[in-house]
Design a protein around this ligand. Structure first.
Ligand code: NAD
Ligand code: WQD
Length: 338
């Protein structure tokens, strides 16, 4: 299939490109490089054994540029839509920028797509739409919760917008993928997560402490109602997540209408378990210090991934040791990122 991949130069997008090529698809990338480097695409090309990845440096809010891309490229079978801003804390400080980029940008993209006759989309949603879940594991039927930040609101609102569009026009096939906590990197160590500034997320912080760029990890709270008091999350290897998108394309081919899937492993690990697994997998110590809770954090969040297994034939294959080992290989081979 010929696939438009928005945000393809980013962390999850770059790994998905490798899997799309491996499955025989033809991706074309649109990215404004606001949070990524074009080097990721050079490395994807090298891993996929292609000369270069077709790439348009373009913003999804720029209607004329998106139109021109669609005009020039001709028919796309589907779009995998990763492009978006994703830093929770930043979204609290800059809500307009998040609504403009994520919602404004997606509305423009969807409108351009329908005018060019492409009504198939896979959207990067997030477990954040469940808010603080009443029960775990979380199934897709669990009610969406109250999102405490504008980033989460954009994901939840975009899910509603795309669901309403699909209801009004059944020619649309919309797959909403709710990712849990993606970590890890391609096992080659050539592509991985490349955060700007101080990492917000746990694994990049751990790898930067391990490589000596930061002194110690702050563990945000040890008084949660969890076995060791630290927060529990469903970490998923980014390559497993990437393969989930290839499986979701099959749902589009089957004309699934509207479909929603959790992509997680179904297993939760606490912060201290992750630190321990990282030390075991890599042999590198990670000094840490218990700090106060981070505002907005919840105690426990992990998925029930059985719907994706039953309907997409997708299951996460990698365990926490693989995730730690591969995150570390990426960080140690690229101490300053790309
Ligand atoms: P990322 O920042 O590495 O990738 C996003 C890409 O989108 C970047 O390359 C960025 O330059 C591009 N982009 C942003 N705004 C754009 C715009 N207006 N026009 C064109 N390109 C634009 O992030 P990621 O971790 O790869 O996340 C991909 C998607 O998955 C995002 O939508 C994110 O919200 C979602 N998601 C991520 C996580 C996570 O923990 N990483 C979890 C759940 C959902
Ligand atoms: C994991 C655990 C922290 C950093 C976020 C977004 C969510 C989704 C994934 C996009 C928590 C603890 C973290 C640190 C720590 N993104 N932690 N010290 O908060 O589950 O989810 O990323 O959709 O929307 O909210 O992930 O990696 O930030 O935190 O102790 O320096 O690690 O408290 O328990 P989170 P995370």
């Amino acid at each position: 299939m010929k696939i438009l991949v928005t945000g393809g130069a980013g962390f999850i997008g770059s790994h998905t490109l490798v899997e799309l090529y491996a499955a025989g698809h033809k991706p074309v990338v649109l990215d404004n490089l606001s949070n990524s480097s074009p080097k990721s695409l050079e490395r994807v090309a090298e891993l996929a054994g292609v000369e270069s990845v077709p790439f348009y440096e373009c913003d999804i809010r720029d209607r004329a540029a998106v139109d021109a891309l669609l005009e020039k490229e001709g028919h796309f079978d589907a779009c995998i839509h990763f492009a978006g801003l994703k830093a929770v804390g930043e979204s609290v400080a800059k809500p307009w920028e998040y609504y403009d980029n994520n919602i404004g940008g997606t509305l423009t993209l969807l409108d351009c797509m329908r005018w060019h006759g492409c009504k198939n989309i896979i959207f990067s949603s997030s477990a954040t739409v469940y808010g603080d879940p009443a029960v775990v594991p979380i199934t897709e039927e669990c009610p969406k919760g109250h999102c405490t930040n504008p980033y989460g609101q954009t994901k939840s609102m975009l899910e509603e917008i795309m669901s309403d569009m699909q209801k009004a026009d059944p020619e649309w096939n919309v797959v909403l993928l709710r990712y849990f906590n993606p970590i890890g990197a391609h096992r080659s160590g050539r592509i991985g997560e490349n955060p700007n500034g101080i990492p917000n997320n746990l694994m990049p912080y751990i790898t930067q402490v391990a490589i000596g760029r930061r002194k110690e990890l702050g563990v945000f709270g040890n008084d949660y109602d969890t076995p060791d008091g630290t927060g529990v999350r469903d970490y998923i290897h980014v390559v497993d997540l990437a393969r989930g998108h290839v499986c979701a394309l099959k749902a589009i081919e089957r004309k699934c209408g509207l479909a929603v899937y959790n992509l997680g492993t179904g297993r939760g690990y606490s912060v201290l378990e992750v630190v321990n697994a990282f030390e075991q997998a890599t042999g590198v110590k990670v000094p840490y210090k218990i700090q106060p809770r981070r505002p907005g954090d919840i105690a426990t969040c992990y998925s029930d991934p059985s719907k994706a297994a039953a309907e997409l034939g997708w299951r996460a294959e990698y365990g926490i040791e693989d995730m730690c080992r591969d995150s570390w290989r990426w960080q140690s081979m690229n101490p300053e990122g790309y």
